[in-house]
Design a protein around this ligand. Structure first.
Ligand code: AP5
Length: 214
């Protein structure tokens, strides 16, 4: 199964993508997590990406496409994947469609997690992320068992550099200008589905599982 998660920054794409990956035994591929892991490791890619990420801008398509196409070549992608944060622009979506066409393949679902902008800024200020394993928590809605520590790996939880209210506002503008047009793109492809992301996390997941069973 090949799934693309769509939605504004903080809509809950990563939270749901992790659950989908665990239930269906497919890898969760997050371009944001890959960039952050590169930054932590001090690679050239990570340092280049940081310039854009810290101000809430998109990393150029050329860098992102090279990275994701390499990731698809890994063995664990054979049975499918859930993409989180990619594609994020029409050129990225077109490149993905073309790459899949070349191997006689296509996406199965593009699932949009819909959350209004007003709810996003509030959610992001409470998010805590594990830089070690990419785990995501919320101080109110999904707190870790031990404050400041990741349940999965024990790593320190941080407030991401791009989660300040001003940067989140800019990321929302970038989302509306460059990523939201993907909704129409995938409607035309006939694979677009939507869930109400303002519901409880478990209810959002239930709704996604129903969609994927169709
Ligand atoms: P990325 O890491 O992809 O960030 P994003 O898309 O902005 O999304 P987020 O990870 O911020 O949010 P999410 O929707 O996954 O929400 P989450 O589940 O964490 O990208 C970061 C940057 O990298 C970009 O700005 C760009 O610079 C660069 N980049 C990445 N991919 C790129 C690409 N393809 N091209 C170019 N540049 C790229 O949830 C948010 C919070 O809410 C959490 O605290 C969570 O616990 C909580 N929450 C989740 N669901 C619920 C719920 N139902 N109710 C209450 N709280 C909830």
């Amino acid at each position: 199964m090949k799934i693309v998660m769509l939605g504004a920054p903080g809509a809950g794409k990563g939270t749901q993508a992790k659950k989908i990956a665990a239930k269906y035994g497919i890898p969760h591929i997050s371009t944001g997590d890959i960039f952050r892991a590169n930054l932590k490791a001090g690679t050239e890619l990570g340092l280049k990406a940081k310039e854009y990420m810290d101000r809430g801008a998109l990393v150029p398509d050329s860098l992102t496409l090279e990275l994701i196409m390499d990731r698809f070549k890994e063995d664990d992608c054979k049975e499918g994947y859930v993409l989180d944060g990619f594609p994020r622009t029409i050129p990225q979506a077109e490149a993905l469609t073309e790459a899949l066409k070349k191997i006689n393949d296509k996406l199965d679902f593009a699932v949009n997690v819909e959350v209004p902008d007003e709810a996003i800024v509030n959610r992001m200020s409470g998010r805590r992320a594990c830089l070690q394993c990419g785990g995501t928590y919320h101080i109110l809605y999904n707190p870790p068992k031990v404050e400041g520590k990741c349940d999965a790996c024990g790593g320190d939880l941080i407030l991401r550099a791009d989660d300040s209210p001003e940067t989140v506002q800019h990321r929302l503008e970038v989302y509306h200008n460059q990523t939201q047009p993907l909704i129409d793109y995938y409607k035309e492809e006939g694979i677009f589905k939507e869930v109400d992301g303002t519901q409880d996390m478990e209810k959002v997941f239930e709704d996604i599982v129903k969609i994927l069973a169709d």
